[in-house]
Design a protein around this ligand. Structure first.
Ligand SMILES: Cc1cc2nc3c(=O)[nH]c(=O)nc-3n(C[C@H](O)[C@H](O)[C@H](O)COP(=O)(O)OP(=O)(O)OC[C@H]3O[C@@H](n4cnc5c(N)ncnc54)[C@H](O)[C@@H]3O)c2cc1C
Length: 675
């Protein structure tokens, strides 16, 4: 007899993804300020605020309903806003939130904005309200530079997270995964801004609303009320500002049947907020996880077999942080783009020093132009993030003469991963020199054992961040993690090379000298090494490969080199077949295969509504050659899924990282081997 899934069966049809980056995409709100400092959008031919802005915002959005919506919240609350605009509501929400007594709770503020203002415009507008001075300064210090996609910024005290999603409203909203308790609808009027109030948008609001979520709309049109009512919002008109304005207020009493998240990607219920969380592996990934959990005040135990953090792949002398200018909006390109931004802000928060700043990538002239144009058309990086350089401009940027065209990334750079990892792990309780040999789940949580079978620790929730060694642990042995050996070479600086000021990427990469050496990297080998050996030997053959990857001009910097005198560092990267990391809850592989066998007929049909997961078990591995850059975002994604918080990136990007993807693909390709 076939065992049935414990989850109820439902019919699922995947949402058709329309490409978010229809080109060219214009996200400029076209703002000017009048003499009184009121921002005017010539895109909408309207002022942003019709009446006295602060007084109106307080009266409309921060009245009884706001206070009521926060009652009974413990760990975190979620406010959603359509139309972030000048950031006034966000600044006010921060102000009110800080005045609350139960200051351990977090506020997630998820705002959608198709036409974001620049930081200086927000600054100019908000500086008119002295009572919001602190909030303005904090918002401006982390305000994302306008470009398409999701941006997450945390307040300095880690109590408030802004997730600003930029792009066409319907598309962006459809990518949000969150349970919103209070909505602020704050767009320009329906007649001039129909996209903001469409039926599809109202449907999305219902999809993302918690039961009994509150909603406040600055527009009171009958049509808007009708559209909201159709989706289950019971709305009433209310006079605001002594009758000068009428707004809509109400509650979500309906039930949305719309779920875009495929059943095989739906995360388990949030873990208990009070429990301890163990992380196996104190490389950059495990340390980033410790940091994301510490932000939320979670007690984290960090285990590593090495005597210090960041010893294996993360022990490289220097890692490059640079974007990938992909030519389409694939999940991989979007992931690397979001990861680049988050790495930059995470490194800035850490206040660790970069080894050097600025990265240039050499391209053929036409290719460089094509990539920068593509980036501009899709607004996929912010203004100034990637600049086209002629050979002479390239030369003056990097300090040495080159004859290549390139793309200059002024914000990227090279940094020491170990210092970064040390910073991120500082709030965790570290157990170094502790090899976790086995794990089992018992009534009181996950038990961790050493080689002799002695229990090392018991934790409520466990994250495996042990790179390619992760799938030695039986519950995740189904993951297709492979090992890729890499070697970087350290070349002594000389009178020509020491002028190099910024990192260069061509086939490999070359970094400016630090402590007398340049880092040159890096090799990729799938075989010819012993996987379980540590440390990995540094070979002359691989120095030679690194050198051969340089183009002739860069080679000429190091004439008279002697490979046998070069030093280096070798380590294993854990890689996946699709070059994306594995980030998420761990499914029970056998049950998954049985429950979702129907996937072999395609992703539409009747499926169990959720996955049978290993209890409180998560994985963060497979970072390949970009883990220094992508760990902070990946840890933020995992923590959000673990705790039931709004996701920091698009749903389709986050699910592209899910451990379940390999099982689902295996079934779809009918290639899944017997587990
Ligand atoms: C030569 C080279 C150059 C690179 N250059 C760059 C770059 O320029 N930019 C970039 O972004 N990335 C770069 N990378 C990739 C990056 O270094 C990795 O993606 C990243 O370090 C992976 O981090 P991790 O924490 O997953 O793995 P690791 O750093 O390998 O950490 C895994 C940890 O798990 C521990 N562990 C494993 N099993 C157990 C167990 N049973 N019990 C306890 N502990 C255990 C290990 O001791 C280890 O400390 C490079 C990698 C290499 C090798």
């Amino acid at each position: 007899m076939k065992a049935m899934s414990s989850n109820p069966i439902e019919y699922f049809r995947p949402r058709r993804r329309s490409d978010i980056a229809k080109k060219p995409l214009d996200i400029d709100p076209n703002i000017t300020f009048n003499f009184g400092g009121r921002p005017f959008s010539s895109r909408y031919n309207s002022f942003y605020h019709e009446l006295r802005p602060l007084e109106a915002a307080k009266d409309i959005f921060f009245s009884n309903l706001f206070m009521r919506s926060l009652k009974g919240q413990t760990d975190f609350s979620v406010i959603g806003e359509l139309g972030f605009g000048t950031g006034l509501n966000f600044a006010l929400a921060c102000n009110y939130w800080k005045k609350r007594n139960d200051c351990d709770a977090r506020l997630h503020y998820v705002a959608i904005e198709p036409y974001p203002l620049e930081a200086h415009q927000v600054d100019k507008f908000l500086s008119g309200f002295s009572e919001l001075d602190a909030e303005r300064r904090e918002l401006i210090s982390g305000y994302p530079k306008p470009h398409v996609g999701f941006h997450r910024v945390w307040s300095k005290d880690n109590k408030i997270a802004l997730t600003l999603a930029v792009g066409p409203v319907e598309e962006v909203l459809a990518e949000v995964e969150a349970e919103v308790g209070l909505w602020f609808l704050n767009g320009f009027p329906l007649r001039i801004n129909p996209e903001m109030w469409s039926q599809t948008v109202c449907l999305e609001l219902a999809r993302l609303s918690k039961p009994d979520a509150y909603l406040i709309s600055v527009r009171d049109d009958k049509e808007i009320q009708h559209r909201l009512a159709m989706q289950g919002f019971q709305m009433e008109k209310r006079d605001s500002l002594c009758g000068k304005l009428r707004v809509l207020e109400g509650k979500f009493i309906g039930k949305s049947e719309v779920r875009y998240l495929a059943p095989w990607f739906r995360p388990p219920p949030p873990v208990q907020s009070q429990g301890t969380i163990g992380v196996i592996g104190a490389g950059i990934a495990g340390c980033a996880m410790a940091e994301a959990l510490a932000r939320r005040g979670k007690r984290t135990l960090l285990f590593d077999q090495q005597e210090d953090v960041a010893q294996r792949a993360s022990g490289i002398e220097a890692g490059l942080i640079a974007p990938e200018l992909g030519l389409n909006a694939s999940n991989m390109n979007r992931f690397y783009d979001r990861a680049y931004r988050m790495a930059l802000s995470s490194i800035e928060d850490s206040e660790i020093e970069w080894n050097s700043r600025g990265v240039i990538e050499f391209f053929q002239k036409d290719e460089a132009r094509r990539r920068v144009q593509h980036m501009k058309d899709g607004a996929s990086l912010w203004h100034g993030a990637a600049q086209l350089m002629s050979p002479s401009e390239s030369s003056s940027q990097i300090g040495i003469k080159v004859s290549s065209h390139g793309i200059w990334f002024p914000h990227g750079g090279a940094l020491n991963p170990k210092r970064y990892a040390q910073y991120m792990s500082q709030k965790a309780e570290s157990f170094l020199g502790a090899t976790v040999h086995d794990i089992t789940y018992r009534d009181d949580g996950w038990w961790l054992y050493d080689y002799s079978g002695q229990r090392i620790a018991t934790v409520d929730t466990l994250v495996i961040a042990a790179a390619q060694q992760s799938n030695f642990f039986k519950p995740i042995s189904f993951l297709p993690l492979s090992s890729l050996l890499g070697q970087i070479s350290f070349i002594p600086k000389n009178e020509n090379s020491h002028k190099l000021k910024a990192s260069i990427i061509n086939n490999g990469y070359l970094m400016p000298s630090i402590d007398g050496f340049h880092v040159l990297g890096s090799t990729y080998s799938r075989d010819g090494f012993e996987e379980n050996q540590w440390p990995q030997p540094v070979t002359i053959e691989r120095h030679k490969q690194n050198y051969d990857n340089l183009d002739w001009e860069l080679k000429s910097l190091f004439s008279g080199y002697q490979f046998d005198q070069w030093l280096g560092y070798s380590a294993i990267r854990s890689a996946t077949p699709d070059r994306l990391p594995v980030v998420g809850p761990v499914p029970e592989a056998k049950k998954f295969k049985r429950d979702f066998a129907r996937l072999s007929h395609g992703p539409t049909g009747k499926f169990p509504s959720g996955v049978a997961y290993q209890p409180n078990l998560f994985v963060l591995a497979g970072f390949g050659s970009r883990g220094i850059m992508t760990s902070a975002l990946s840890a933020e994604v995992l923590t959000s899924q673990m705790l039931g918080e709004p996701w920091p990136i698009e749903r389709t990007v986050a699910t592209a990282l899910s451990p379940s993807r390999f099982l689902a693909r295996g079934i779809q390709n009918s290639l899944l081997k017997k587990i």
